[in-house]
Ligand binder design. Structure first.
Ligand code: G6Q
Length: 537
């Protein structure tokens, strides 16, 4: 992190240490408008933060001194910024709607390939949705089961739920990820083999969980339909690994490809989105990409002072590095966005959960905040207490949509009233004097006083649509990117995840072998022995 630029931010934190968000509002009547902006269908009000114009200037300087502008261009133009894997990072190419766009990786334009796969996905999803694609026994497809994990699961799960109003209601969509057999078993109970399409989603097509579930699903299907030939009509693959796909037994003509420059957690707008495209149709899927693209363009072109992803990133860094806030919470006041915090968890924590910088040196500051959250108003009845009155500082992003898909009486007014009221209470709190005026008993005043001064951002869109969802995902993708640039870490590798993939193999051998090696530590050996005994080995 650029130390001179950071020092200035630190100085301002010291200078304003006795000022609260309330003070800032009292000082500047224009504050709400000054610290708000619109982009790609989203309105961001970030006025309820511990900032003033001077602090924003210092934060923008930090971005500039980190060469952010050049780094953004490197990403968009296909430079190999994922250096530890020697790969470009081009999820933005997947939703580039400019028909003339050319983006080269290793001298080759990637855009024709992107457009070709998108068209093939569109044609395929049309045939499934219209009942032209039939199962082995001639029945239409009614159930779609996406088998994948991590980046090959979380995006489709989140978006399928988020866009429920746009989904084909006479079809049912399932997502099997966990290698816990319960996940697959409970799904198989809900579906009929003759009417099911399994989508095996795996970039590498070697991930233990996905391949085990896919093999088990294949056995079940063959057994249910009585022929191996049924596989061709009930299995398709989403992958970068054609060899592995055909080894598994799926014809590569039923494979939708993508490329090594699409990271798992950024892969929703690639072939990995096929289950979503079948659910919402190719036109709505295009609108989703359009939303992504709008935010991409905003991010690439807006000056940092008016750049939504940059502002969110800088505010995050202010609290994380300046105030020691270890986590932040994302609180969607929209039931359809229930899985959005979980989706963001992977995007943020897998990307910036890094402790060495780009030179391989240990970082001297903290990186990678912990992201968590639940939809409102539910969270208000559980963990908000800690945000209001606990000892941790937890900056929050509140997300709301002005128009509901499901108007019932005044429920939506109440939902939004809660959202706005929470941000108000968090910022302004309640003083002892206010409690006294309300007639609170003297001995209870310390417990009923709210310090306030808790920072929040509020993101509002008119309605949750494919387009606004795409823009929202891109907003956070770019926020994470900016933070990675400022922390000078590689945001696009994930060696910790790779380690997990290897570790379990050695233990599995000891769980199942006739003569286990038992070469582990005493605790692990004990657990293995106990398990073996319980299952009779
Ligand atoms: C994502 C991660 C990880 C990955 C899964 C599944 O960025 O790399 O979550 O998506 O491990 O990998 P496959 O798609 O190769 O099965």
């Amino acid at each position: 992190m650029n130390s001179a630029a950071w020092e200035r931010v630190d100085e301002l934190i010291d200078k304003n240490q006795n000022k609260t968000i309330k003070d800032y509002f009292a000082e500047d009547p224009e504050r709400a408008q000054r610290f708000s902006l619109e982009a790609a269908g989203w309105f961001l009000d970030y006025s309820k933060n511990r900032i003033d114009a001077e602090m924003m200037k210092a934060l923008v300087k930090l971005a500039e001194k980190s060469d952010l502008k050049a780094e953004i261009e490197k990403m968009f133009t296909g430079k190999k910024i994922n250096a530890t894997e020697d790969r470009a990072v081009l999820h933005t190419a997947l939703r580039n709607m400019d028909p003339k766009a050319k983006i080269k990786v290793d001298g080759k334009d990637v855009m024709p390939g992107v457009r070709k796969v998108l068209a093939a996905m569109g044609d395929f999803s049309d045939t499934v949705r219209r009942g032209v694609w039939r199962g082995f026994t001639g029945k239409r497809i009614k159930y779609v089961v996406n088998i994948g994990i991590g980046g090959s699961d979380l995006g489709p799960v989140m978006a399928n739920l988020a866009l429920t109003p746009y989904t084909k209601r006479n079809m049912k969509f399932f997502f099997v990820s966990n290698v816990d057999s319960t996940h697959l078993a409970e799904t198989l109970r809900e579906i009929k083999a003759a009417e099911t399409l399994f989508i095996v989603a795996s970039k590498t097509f070697t991930t233990q969980e996905t391949m085990s579930n896919a093999e088990a699903a294949k056995d079940w299907l063959v057994q249910q339909l009585g022929s191996k030939k049924a596989v061709a009509k009930h299995f398709v693959a989403l992958s970068t690994a054609a060899d592995e796909v055909s080894k598994f037994g799926i014809d590569v003509k039923n494979m939708f490809g993508f490329w090594d420059w699409v990271g798992g957690r950024y892969s929703l707008p690639s072939a990995i989105g096929l289950s979503l495209m079948i659910a919402i149709g190719r036109n709505n899927y295009k609108k989703l990409l359009k939303g992504y693209y709008k935010m991409d363009r905003h991010f690439r072109t807006a000056r940092f002072e008016r750049n939504m992803p940059v502002i969110l990133a800088l505010l995050g860094i202010l609290y994380h590095n300046g105030y020691g806030a270890e986590s932040y919470s994302v609180l969607p006041y929209d039931q359809y966005l229930s899985r959005f915090p979980a989706y963001l968890q992977q995007m943020d924590m897998e990307s910036n959960g890094k402790c060495v910088d780009k030179n391989g040196e240990p970082v001297t500051y903290t990186t990678g905040p912990i992201e968590w959250g639940e939809p409102g108003t539910n969270g208000q009845h559980s963990f908000y207490q800690l945000i209001h009155q606990g000892t941790h500082l937890i900056p929050c992003d509140f997300i709301g949509c002005s128009v509901t898909h499901n108007p019932i009486g005044d429920l939506h007014d109440k939902l939004m009233a809660n959202l706005f009221a929470q941000t108000e209470a968090l910022a302004f709190g309640k003083t002892a004097e206010e409690c006294e005026k309300e007639g609170v008993e003297k001995k209870l005043i310390p417990f009923k006083t709210f310090e306030g001064n808790k920072p929040t951002n509020t993101l509002l869109c008119e309605k949750l649509t494919p387009e606004t969802l795409g823009a929202l995902v891109a907003l956070y993708e770019h926020k994470v990117f900016v933070q990675g640039v400022i922390w000078n870490v590689y945001s696009y590798d994930q060696w910790g995840v790779q380690l997990g993939k290897v570790l379990a193999k050695g233990v599995l051998a000891d769980l199942t072998a006739k003569k286990p090696s038992m070469k582990h530590d005493a605790s692990t050996n004990q657990l293995i022995a106990r398990y073996r005994k319980a299952v009779g080995r």
